[in-house]
Design a protein around this ligand. Structure first.
Ligand code: MN
Ligand code: MN
Length: 283
């Protein structure tokens, strides 16, 4: 009864007479949620080029919030599941990202040369090996940040390897990785920027990993089934290679960055899990 009544009201008499009314009761298809943002968009990034410090770029392989004036992403988010892993070779085709709005500076493949910082992937090359095209997408400079070599090649690399080992053990992961602050110490010492000031050297890199047994309804089962690992590592060439010594809570990263991580997870679950510090296995 209520349905029929509502439909009649929505159509109106004139439309009924013309037999031309649209059915107001048809459910609208839900907008497709980006696979990489199932657990949320930490900074509420949008594709509005008038907000250049929090600009959303969605690619098939990952999603990110770009900061035009820092010349690097605020964060990059990606889903890591068995589907994404294959045998594609490392493409090594570092290049500017032409998907940025017209007129924005595009960081170049050569922008970090001589700086003492690596072109550090956010979404790692080895997490995208299903096809050459997927792997190549990780070499866009919008997926890079200046990272102290020991940080990139030891601490971060070992954590990245550990993530893939979890996938090999039957988990699917939602990973979000970003930076904050200004000033880091690479192999040539301390620096605030590179590329004539067009790229900021972050003070810290952080990462939040949500690991779930492969399944469905992922945001809804975080409270019951997820292991959450959060790390915050100074961008310093003297960092320990042991990523586990940098474990922290999601709450601490939210405090440092101002973002709301896991925002698509029910609020009560966030309140519980974001306060914890992981103490699980590390290899
Ligand atoms: Mn790396
Ligand atoms: Mn949160």
């Amino acid at each position: 009864m209520p349905v029929a009544f509502t439909r009649f009201r929505a159509c109106g008499l004139a439309a009924l007479l013309l037999s031309a009314c649209t059915d107001q009761e048809s459910p609208q298809p839900a907008p497709a949620v980006n696979e990489h943002l199932v657990l949320g968009n930490p900074s509420g990034a949008t594709t509005d080029a008038a907000k250049p410090t929090n600009y959303l770029l969605e690619k098939p392989q990952y999603a990110l919030s770009y900061h035009r004036d820092r010349g690097l992403p605020n964060w990059v988010a990606w889903h890591l599941s068995p589907d994404w892993l294959g045998n594609a070779a490392r493409q090594d085709d570092f290049r500017p990202d032409a998907a940025l709005p017209a007129g924005w500076y595009q960081v170049q493949a050569s922008s970090y040369v001589g700086s003492g910082f690596d072109r550090g992937h956010h979404c790692p090359s080895a997490d995208r090996t299903r096809s050459a095209a997927d792997n190549s997408a990780t070499f866009l400079m919008t997926n890079m940040g200046p990272q102290a070599p020991n940080h990139n090649q030891r601490t971060w690399a070992r954590l990245e390897d550990y993530c893939r080992s979890l996938v090999e053990d039957g988990q699917e992961l939602y990973i979000v990785c970003g930076s904050y602050g200004r000033g880091g110490t690479g192999s040539n010492g301390y620096a605030l920027t590179l590329d004539r000031g067009r790229v900021t050297v972050p003070a810290h890199y952080w990462k939040v990993i949500v690991a779930l047994p492969v399944g469905e309804q992922d945001a809804q089962r975080v409270g019951r089934e997820a292991r959450i690992i959060a790390v915050d590592v100074p961008n310093d060439n003297d960092v320990s290679s042991n990523w586990a010594s940098y474990r922290t809570s999601v709450d601490a990263i939210e405090q440092a960055t101002g973002y709301d991580l896991l925002s698509a997870v029910p609020q009560a679950t966030q309140a519980t899990v974001e306060a914890r510090v992981d103490n699980g296995p590390t290899q």
